[in-house]
Design a protein around this ligand. Sequence first.
Ligand SMILES: Cc1cc2nc3c(=O)[nH]c(=O)nc-3n(C[C@H](O)[C@H](O)[C@H](O)COP(=O)(O)O)c2cc1C
Length: 336
Amino acid sequence: MYMNTKLETSILLNQYHIKNRLVMAPMCMYQSDDTGIVKPFHEAHYYMHALGGIGLVMVEATAIDPNGRISLNDLGIWSDDHIKGLGVLSSRIKEAGSISCIQINHAGRKAVGHDILGPSSIQLEGKEHVPKEMTLEDISHTIKNFQNAAMRADKAGFDMVEIHAAHGYLVSQFMSPLSNERNDAYGLKHQFLNDVIQAVKEVWPVEKAISVRISGTEYHHEGFDIDDVIEILKACDLDRVDIIHVSSGGNIRPNVTSFEEGYQLPLARKIKQQLNMKTIGGGLLKDHIIGEHALIHEDCDMVFYGRLLLRDPFYFLRHIDSLEFPTPYKRGKLTP
Ligand SMILES: Cc1cc2nc3c(=O)[nH]c(=O)nc-3n(C[C@H](O)[C@H](O)[C@H](O)COP(=O)(O)O)c2cc1C
């Protein structure tokens, strides 16, 4: 069962030697409450996944603004009151030997509650609220909130921050012609993303890592495709961005109905080649085999796993030989 793999080789991101190429994908657990504060569940959950040997553990989409929550049970980073609980997550993750990352997000027109904002007043199919078109003041306030969130993430001890610019949330709404029909500077599809990146960089320590998660396509003839995304990224100042985390979809119901294992890897490959940047790729991976192939064929530099890890947090302990079983669990390790 055990094998030596490329997945187990270390990688340098900024100053961090990440022990392997495995990434736990950010996944909202909806286990907080209206306060957005970390609960015992989150402490156990992220600690467990770091104990499972994952090199880079990403904490779920965490709201930079109470108006930007995906659900009323999201984790929050909109207030200094959140720092303490988030600090427990980053220290648990690091204590178990992993690098800690937090994804910061504003859901824009996909948010719950009132005062729903978006780049333009275009309703998302199936949502009851029509978003209010953001004023320039709303925009600069939101960029500031991303910056404040990054500052808090640093205070909470995270090694890496990820800007959520995927899945049809606010940043990707600005990137898409399906949700952004503005006539001002923010009608340019890269502008908001770029401003958020620069605002984060202003406060994020140079020795710490930065990731940007993007959707590589919207699977819709009127939405952006991979070439548009590459143009958008090229128009941004990506200096100090260490890695692009490549997902897809989320802003509209896709025209495609079924997806195969590793379906987002070609998107990661194209970005890696055309931007000459490191990428994280994956999507529907059911085991280590296609992830391993993706690294060998240079589709990406790291591989994200989501649902596999929800099913089986210790999957990689059993399938990658060099991963250390946590000492108290060593007697559970099967010999090959
Ligand atoms: C329960 C759940 C919650 C998710 N929450 C987030 C999130 O907070 N941020 C994000 O970028 N993606 C989120 N995703 C998408 C995953 O990060 C990942 O891209 C997706 O599950 C595909 O990978 P997989 O096939 O390995 O699960 C979520 C997915 C699931 C299943």
